[in-house]
Write a protein that binds this ligand. Structure first.
Ligand SMILES: [Zn+2]
Ligand SMILES: [Zn+2]
Length: 227
């Protein structure tokens, strides 16, 4: 079997337990060298967005959001947005390599379960992305977790272009989402976790959170793969 990122052959070394159990051999999607390129976030982290830093104080982005909004979104992320993450996102999201969806499923699912949500709402992709990519890269990574698509996109061209925008332009984007039918009833008094792939400025998640908060959730947090 080949590594999905560098294409090198991964040799499967069976342990004695695996041989004796005759159990299924779980194949790794990427090799150990590629896996070692990802930086798992370590404490201390920003108590707001989960970015790794030198203290638990709010980072500059979170301070800005706190002034702009009357609340702070509690976000936790798994890995740093480094070169390996960029390459991974390029191959998974923009080249649409669906096989990569399994690489972070297990730790992401663990992170979500720790938050004990009633509903998991993925950040939606617009119709254009559906047509070209054919899948939602966020839901794709979540394995057996049941997702509730209670947010939908409104503007066809805005969200896809978000990744090509400069920081200032991103912060100014208008609300790209709307609530799905019955979202208000479903979200009311529930523990909600929003999931996205990358937390960059926080703009996308705060747009989503603003809508969810209109539905009176009991709790609202978010999780992203990268920060
Ligand atoms: Zn590799
Ligand atoms: Zn922060």
């Amino acid at each position: 079997m080949q590594c999905l990122m560098c294409n090198r052959v991964i040799s499967t070394q069976l342990t004695l337990a695996q041989i004796l159990n005759f159990g299924p051999i779980i194949e790794k999607p990427i090799c150990d060298d590629c896996a070692a390129q990802f930086d798992y976030l370590k404490y201390p982290i920003c108590s707001g967005c989960g970015k790794q830093q030198l203290s638990e104080d709010l980072c500059a982005d979170c301070k800005m959001w706190q002034i702009k909004n009357d609340y702070l979104l509690h976000n936790r992320s798994l890995i740093a947005y480094n070169d390996a993450t960029k390459q991974f996102m390029q191959q998974y999201k923009f080249s649409g390599d669906f096989r990569l969806r399994r690489v972070f499923t297990s730790p992401l699912v663990d992170l979500i379960k720790q938050m004990q949500p009633d509903l998991v709402i993925p950040i939606p992709v617009n119709e254009y992305t559906w047509e070209t990519r054919g899948f939602n890269q966020v839901s794709g990574m979540l394995g057996d977790i049941t997702v509730n698509p209670l947010l939908q996109t409104v503007n066809q061209n805005r969200h896809i272009l978000q990744s090509h925008k400069k920081r200032q332009e991103r912060l100014l984007t208008k609300q790209p989402f709307k609530l799905a039918l019955h979202a208000k009833e479903e979200i009311k008094h529930k523990n909600i976790v929003l999931v996205d792939d990358v937390y960059t400025t926080g703009r996308t998640l705060y747009h989503a959170a603003n809508l969810v908060r209109q539905c009176s959730p009991e709790k609202l947090k978010s999780i992203t793969l990268a920060r």
